[in-house]
Design a protein around this ligand. Structure first.
Ligand code: SF4
Length: 253
């Protein structure tokens, strides 16, 4: 078999994998994403298409790249043995709103793209509905490696990986944090979230407003929670507008 045939065989194998898990297309540029989104090159309607041009790198983007490169060889917890890739996150280094989920899926592990599956489609729809620029968002997870099939991350694994997330927050300095599901909330706030009992529940993570809402898997499997999620997202948009107005009025003096 020639090397050309082997490459073709590998490509077909990968395509078969994506087809089997229900993916018809995905963004091949995301992996090289330098954490700088050029909004003028994209529109929210183009979310499913290639969206990033690695032309400019600000200091925050450089720091994120350095952190991502460091994380790529991480062996701080046993998930290192089973992962295919470290899935760092995606979005703009100067994003105002950070979405934080629990851990990468099996497909994210395969593609190295966080939420490159139906969860990403859902998140994209949420972002579209919020009518906020794509460059306002950064999306990541607490765990950067996929736990083996059918297992939930252990406390010590979350503890080992948390410094990557806290560093990401420190670099990006989002104005708002949205935790998706209990793992992210518990990791940052050290207690159980009230997502099943309380909506628009604003708290603070080291001075940054934080709201907790449902895990993307739960939103997909339980349509009844969608109303609550939308209530939370409308609250995020209102809070973001308030913050921007406050910042703009401060700029006048
Ligand atoms: S899950 Fe986090 S701490 Fe564990 S190996 Fe992966 S990057 Fe390192």
């Amino acid at each position: 078999m020639t090397s050309h045939d082997k490459i073709l065989k590998d490509v077909l194998k990968h395509m078969q994998y994506f087809e089997n898990v229900g993916v018809s297309s995905f963004d091949t540029h995301l992996e090289d994403m330098p954490f700088t989104i050029q909004e003028e090159l994209i529109s929210l309607e183009d979310l499913e298409k290639s969206q990033v041009s690695p032309l400019r790198m600000n200091d925050k983007a450089k720091q994120l790249c350095e952190l991502r490169d460091y994380a790529k060889s991480c062996q701080k917890c046993p998930l290192f043995y089973t992962r295919k890739h470290v899935v760092f996150g995606r979005g703009d280094s100067k994003a105002s709103i950070m979405f934080i989920g629990g851990y990468p899926s099996e497909m994210d592990d395969f593609t190295e793209i966080i939420y490159g599956d139906n969860k990403g489609d859902l998140l994209n729809r949420i972002i579209r509905a919020m009518k906020t620029k794509l460059s306002e968002f950064f999306i990541t997870t607490v765990l950067k490696c996929h736990p083996p099939k059918g297992t939930e991350p252990r406390t010590e694994e979350i503890k080992a990986c948390l410094p990557y997330l806290t560093k990401q927050i420190e670099i990006v300095e989002p104005r708002i944090i949205v935790t998706l599901g209990p793992i992210a909330y518990k990791a940052l706030m050290n207690e159980e979230p009230k997502i099943h009992t309380k909506r628009e529940n604003w708290e603070s993570y080291l001075g940054t407003p934080l709201i907790s809402t449902y895990d993307l898997d739960e939103i997909i499997s339980k349509p009844s929670v969608k109303k609550g999620v939308w209530q939370d997202m409308k609250s995020v948009v209102r809070k973001y507008q308030e913050i921007k107005e406050k910042e703009n009025s401060q700029d006048l003096f």
